[in-house]
Structure formats: C-alpha cells, structure tokens
Design a protein. Structure first.
Length: 402
C-alpha cells in the first residue's frame, strides 16, 4: 500500500477545525486532526507546503519511520505548530492501518485494558449557586467526575465561565477579547466555592478544578492546602510549566493532586515533572503532543512513576482527536480520566463517530480504525473564520496568563 494523496479540510461548524485526510492507492483513507486553537492556518500551511509533498508514495504502515522523518528530518524540532502537523499525519496513519487490518485502533495499541473510561464534565456558573446548579445538572446526566469553575466576585469574566449561560467554548470570532484577573480575590474565593459544592453534593462525586496557569508556585501551594478538606480529584495547571522545577515547591506543601500538560507539545516538557513525581496526571493531548506514537511513549514513561493520564478533551480538539484519545486511553494501563466537553450537535454531525458516552463513562466503539468520518458537504457549508482565545490582564492592566 502507498500514500496516494493527502489534503486538508478546513471548516467551522460552530468552531474551527483543521482536518487532514490521507488517501492510499488501495482506497483506504485516514483522518488526522490538526487544529491549533487561534493559530489554525499556521498548521495548515505547515502541512500543505512542507509535509504533504513528503508523504506521497510512502508506505502508510511505516508510522514510526514517518514520525521520525517529520520530527528529526525537519531539523527544527518541537513547537505546537510542528507537533500538531506531525500528530495529524500520525493519527491518520494509525487510522489507515487499523482500517486495513479491519480492527478498532485500540487493538493495535495493546487491546482493551478496561470496559469504560471515566470522564469528567464541565460545570460552571456566574456565582456559587449557579455553579452548584450546573454540578447538579451534570450529576443528573450520570457524570461521576465534574470540573467546577465559577465567576469570582469583583473579577469580570472568569476562565471557564461562558457569557450568557451558553456552554463554555474556548474561542471567539473576531479579535481577542480581554478579561480581568485578581489572584488575591480568587484565592480568597476558591475554598468557599468548594466548601459549598461539597456541602451540596456530598463526598462521593469527584471534583476537579482548572487554575489555568494563573498562580505562582507558592500561591498554588496555598490554594492546594486550602482545598485539601474538599479532596479534589486534581487541581489543573496550577502554574505555568516552562520551569518544571516550580512544581517541586507546590508538591512540598500540599497533597491536592496535580494535573498539567494541555499546552505541552513534547515529552520533554513533562520529563522532570514525571520523573520527580511532581504531578499525578499528564494532560498532554494527542493533537498538540505529536500524535498517538508520541503520547503512547509519554504515557508508558509516566506509568513507571505511577503518573496517570488525563488527556485534554476540550471542544477545540476535534472528534478525531477525541476518538484517538479514547483508543489510546482504553488500551494503556495507567489511564486516569478523560476530559469530556461535548461538541455542539452541528460539529458532531460534521464528524459522525462511533465513540459513546454513557453513565459517566465513554468508550471508543468497535468500528475499524478510529471510527470517525467527516461529512465534507456539510463541512463545506461552514468555512473557516478567524477566531482567538481571550487574553487576561491584572486589575492594574498588566498582561497575565489567560
Ligand atoms: O482553555 O482548550 O482544561 N481545559 C482547558 C481548555 C483550554 C482550551 C484552549 O484552547 O483549559 O478550556
Ligand atoms: Co485546562
């Protein structure tokens, strides 16, 4: 079998997606997600101009070799644009191989290690009563693990809380919006939020919380300590992770479990965090981390240190990435939890898929390959539109991490 052609499908069914479709000379095709929220066309150009010409004529089964060819062969390594492009190729090739062998992709990754995969939903509210109401709605839908975000008094537009009661969506068309941030107000508020939620929902539901890289290590340590009575499943992205050593300080002060890695694009971003056991969950995502080939290695390394996975699963990752995460997650032994932020009905229609949610768990389904296709006619009705993530400023106007 040979790769005969490859092309990109850009569409915006409620949000932007960049999808790579690789065709073989035997009629089997594979899909890969190449979406990098707010920088979509950079990855599209990288693939179109620099990667696709190198793929034609290659054996699609030689996944490891093609991965190394695109990684080492570029000379310029890593970075979100490069690694998202490599991931798109990698996932499409795994899809092709599993379809050619007529088996669900998880069988090529070791086979099923469990029947279902624990997922967590997103609950949010403008204030504590709103957040509690949202948590209860998700409990009614059967979720056993729920991320809780709330508006902070005295801070307009908090991370994870949508405007106008809609589902939270991390992208907005037009130029970036700006929101305000106050660490002081947040640190005083967050323990009250989780105290109130625990009082309402009891001890059994897993609660998660995303700090979205906004604290310094010592601030995150204070937060982790103050949340210990409410035994969170994890606190996510407590501090930016460029300096991996910062997590040592957090770890010295609190037993609240730590998750990080959704912005990582290489195993090396997580190397110190894992080998020093400064984190409990690795949040890297298949699309931004270099594909299934790269994430399988990162997950296996993490397993040695009892670090489990919690792959990123926001709506800016397309159903192709969700399927890839589910196939890998169901196969590896150290799966921890999967983020589940459902796509809109329109996005689900553009990407028909076999993965399912039921009663707090998901599974990838048993269709050959990834089990995801794309309705290109429907996709064509929703062309790409420029969109950005917001930016954040402190109360005095200083730009800070959103
Ligand atoms: O802000 O995916 O845990 N989930 C998150 C997401 C990220 C977006 C960025 O594109 O932090 O909501
Ligand atoms: Co996050």
């Amino acid at each position: 079998m040979k790769i005969a052609s490859a092309r990109l499908i850009l569409c915006s069914p409620d949000r932007n997606f960049v999808t790579l479709r690789i065709e073989t000379d035997e009629g089997i095709y594979g899909l890969g997600d190449a979406t990098l929220n707010g920088r979509e066309l950079a990855v599209a150009a990288y693939l179109e101009e620099h990667v696709i010409p190198c793929l034609i004529g290659r054996d699609p089964f030689a996944i490891e070799d093609i991965w190394q060819y695109l990684y080492r062969g570029a000379y310029w390594r890593r970075g979100p644009v490069t690694m998202s492009a490599i991931a798109a190729v990698d996932v499409a090739l795994w899809d092709i191989k599993a379809k050619a062998l007529d088996t669900p992709l998880y069988n090529l990754l070791g086979g099923k290690s469990r029947q279902g995969m624990l997922v967590y939903a997103h609950a949010n509210g403008a204030d504590i009563p709103g957040a509690i109401e949202s948590v209860k709605r998700h409990i009614d839908q059967g979720y056993l693990a729920i991320r809780v975000q709330s508006g902070v008094p005295g801070v307009n537009a908090s991370y994870g809380v949508p405007k106008g009661g809609k589902a939270y969506e991390p992208a907005e068309r037009g130029l970036p919006s700006e929101s305000l941030w106050s660490t002081e107000r947040y640190l005083n508020f967050a323990p009250k939020l989780f105290e109130a939620v625990r009082m309402e929902v009891g001890e059994d539901i897993h609660l998660l919380h995303d700090l979205h890289h906004r604290l310094t290590p010592i601030e995150a340590a204070r937060l982790g300590k103050s949340l210990e009575p409410y035994h969170l499943f994890w606190m996510e992205d407590p501090t930016p992770a460029e300096n991996q050593d910062g997590f040592r300080l957090i770890r010295q002060h609190t037993t609240t479990p730590v998750a990080t890695g959704e912005v990582f694009n290489s195993f090396w971003d997580a190397h110190d965090l894992i080998r020093n056991q400064w984190i409990d969950y690795l949040r890297m995502t298949i699309v931004h981390g270099g594909g299934i080939t790269a994430l399988k290695k990162a997950a296996d390394f993490a397993a040695v240190y009892q670090v489990r996975t919690g792959f990123h699963g926001a709506t800016d990752l397309s159903p192709v990435t969700m399927a890839a995460a589910l196939h890998l997650g169901i196969a590896i032994h150290n799966f921890g939890i999967q983020e589940h932020m459902p796509h809109t009905p329109l996005a689900d229609q553009v990407f028909p898929h076999h993965y399912r949610y039921e009663g707090g768990y998901m599974d990838p389904g048993d269709a050959p390959g990834l089990g995801v296709s794309i309705d290109e006619d429907l996709a064509g009705q929703y062309p790409y539109q420029r969109a950005y993530l917001p930016v954040a400023r402190k109360l005095d106007g200083t730009l800070t991490d959103w």
